[in-house]
Write a new protein. Structure first.
Length: 386
């Protein structure tokens, strides 16, 4: 079955997801837009994307797009789509979505109209007057923007950031898809050392280990489309077996995470065990501002507490200064995410490059330090005169 597919992404990660599809999925029909990436494929492509994409949020089947300036237009547009090609007579098909800058701004009313139109189409196809919806879930998603509707079926179920290894997290967890994207932006592939001195629940080191081991991020979980009767279950089995065969289980990597809170260290160890990478990652209790960074090489990737997450802003900025003084002069290539626009001033040096990212709804920057002469100026204490 030929499918038009779409992956929603966190803002700033569209290009990374497009590259995953082009180079790892070997696809040539990839188109990145704001917050989403479109591509074409078949059932195997859909299964591969769910299991292997590290930085996408979901995999959706794109069913159609049409003008929807009124409820009548929305109803007729939805009814014209081939729902019976996917949803069986016992399928459950709830509806959710959003509307922006459109005449149809009431989400409950849009849900009701879309559901009614889909029911009418399926009733005609199956000769049924009532649907019990006791079977597998075929989640309908809609997006209405500038009076144009896009209709999808969600093949993933839970978001792809839910890998299955992090049942518990600390107070300010970093989304797994964003952590994987940061590792990719650092261009780290396991050839040199990797350090996260603010590991929290271990997400960044675990995602680094999954990448180095070539372990598919979706191996520990299931997906809604695995139960869809319109697809061959054998394809999912084949794609899973292929993913397992690619794992490098016995290769040694130098991946270290540390945190000042011993409870976070215990949590990181537990999550690494669930993820199947505990033999690859080492976690220790340590104060990031007292670690000896001099003489170390490789990549330092960190998500230190910032004012909107755990600490008040002034405490966070004091932490940046102490961390900057401790890491000044090191040969480590450093990648640090923060929402504080004054981060560079307190850290003590301008980044060689910055990348705008979003941690949930929090706008952040990834500050990249990779030039050998990038660590010279001493950090400024909060409140000190410029």
């Amino acid at each position: 079955m030929k499918l038009e597919l779409c992956c929603p992404t966190l803002f700033g990660l569209e290009g990374i997801v497009a590259d995953e599809l082009r180079f790892e999925g070997k696809l040539d029909t990839v188109r990145a837009e704001n917050g989403r990436v479109f591509f074409s494929g078949d059932e195997r492509t859909l299964a591969w994307a769910n299991l292997n994409l590290r930085c996408a949020e979901r995999v959706l089947v794109h069913l159609g797009s049409f003008p929807a300036a009124s409820f009548d237009m929305l109803f007729e547009g939805v009814r014209a789509l081939p729902w019976e090609d996917f949803i069986p007579v016992d399928g459950a098909f709830p509806v959710k979505g959003h509307s922006l800058n459109s005449a149809l701004h009431s989400i409950p009313d849009c849900q009701r109209i879309i559901k009614k139109a889909a029911v009418q189409r399926l009733a005609q196809a199956y000769g049924a007057a009532w649907f019990e919806e006791t079977g597998a879930r075929y989640q309908i998603q809609f997006a209405i923007m500038n009076d144009r509707a896009e209709l999808y079926l969600d093949t993933s179920g839970a978001g792809l950031h839910k890998r299955g290894y992090r049942a518990n997290a600390n107070l300010a967890p970093l989304r797994e898809t964003l952590a994987a994207a940061m590792v990719k932006l650092a261009r780290w592939r396991g050839r040199d050392a990797f350090l996260d001195p603010f590991c929290g629940s271990g997400t960044i080191p675990i995602e680094a280990a999954l990448i180095a081991m070539r372990r598919a991020p979706g191996l520990l979980r299931t997906f809604d489309a695995e139960k869809w009767t319109c697809f061959d279950a054998g394809i999912w089995k084949d794609v899973r077996e292929e993913a397992v065969a690619r794992i490098l289980p016995d290769t040694a990597f130098e991946i270290n995470g540390s945190d000042i809170d011993p409870e976070n260290v215990r949590l990181s160890v537990d999550n690494a065990r669930k993820a199947g990478v505990l033999q690859t990652v080492r976690f220790d209790q340590a104060d990031a501002t007292r670690i000896t960074y001099a003489g170390r090489e490789g990549v330092l990737l960190a998500n230190p507490p910032y004012g909107e997450r755990l600490l008040d802003l002034q405490s966070a900025e004091r932490l940046y200064g102490a961390f900057g003084r401790a890491s000044a002069g090191t040969a480590l290539r450093q990648y640090i995410i923060s929402s504080d626009p004054a981060f560079e001033r307190f850290y003590g040096r301008k980044a060689d490059k910055r990348r705008k990212l979003y941690n949930g709804m929090i706008k952040c920057d990834l500050y990249m330090y990779f030039k050998p002469d990038g660590a010279k100026k001493q950090p400024q204490e909060p409140g000190a005169k410029k």
